[in-house]
Design a protein around this ligand. Structure first.
Ligand code: GDP
Length: 202
């Protein structure tokens, strides 16, 4: 898919504020600092669309971007941030949970995982929540340029071995690096196919 346009639409703190659910939507979520903003910018080719920051846990709103006037990217607040006050965490959980469970045009949620880390409890629990609620999602292993060549596949294999204790089949998986420019075509092709299926069912 060729990205012809990408623009910021709105920041929302709850589902009610999100744009009308009339176009297919792809959400991006992951632990703070996983590389979510970088991936969104890389995929769209707009280097300043989502804000990359050295301040983990800054995104607290759901940020919508309109792509090619035909589909949305929803940049969701990062989770797993230890230094955030409990009250804020509870609000995050309530709002994002509501979004995930009730956003009717959510075609797929990309769950970003840092390829350098072993499986994290918060990620596994989060994906379990998605699975139990039948939310369509895919994994994206990020920052793969930081691993020595050949060890990305090994890291994913290890991750899969652990996930297979609870999962069958395993969720769809993508590998990305904004430094090596890896994964863009695969993810955008998948989005395009999913959009075509969406159009065929409405
Ligand atoms: P977010 O908090 O999940 O939105 O993460 P950011 O996109 O702000 O990225 C966090 C840090 O990781 C920044 O310093 C980025 O430059 C860096 N980063 C993001 N993606 C990659 C990648 O693919 N490779 C490398 N080496 N660094 C990355």
């Amino acid at each position: 898919m060729i990205i012809r346009s990408a623009s910021f639409v709105r920041s929302s703190t709850s589902l009610a504020q999100c744009p009308a659910p009339v176009k297919p939507e792809f959400g991006f979520i992951g632990r703070s600092n996983v590389g979510k903003s970088s991936l969104i910018n890389f995929l769209t080719g707009y280097s300043k669309l989502a804000k990359i920051s050295g301040n983990p846990g800054k995104t607290k709103t759901i940020n919508h971007f309109l792509i090619n006037d035909s589909w949305y990217i929803a940049d969701l607040p990062g989770y797993g941030f230890a230094r955030v006050p409990v009250k804020m965490r509870e609000t995050w959980i309530r709002n994002v949970r509501e979004y995930i469970l009730k956003r009717e045009n959510l075609s797929c949620l990309f769950v970003l995982l840092d390829s350098r880390l072993k499986s994290q409890k918060s990620d596994l629990e989060f994906m379990e929540f998605l699975g139990k609620n039948q939310i369509p999602f895919a994994r994206v292993f990020t920052k793969t340029d930081k691993l020595p060549s050949g060890s990305v596949e090994k890291a994913i294999l290890e991750y899969n071995t652990e996930m297979l204790e609870n999962w069958e089949p395993l969720p769809l998986t993508f590998i990305s690096s904004t430094v090596n420019r890896r994964g863009k075509e695969e993810i955008l092709n998948f989005i395009e196919e999913t959009i075509n299926n969406f159009s065929n069912t409405v």
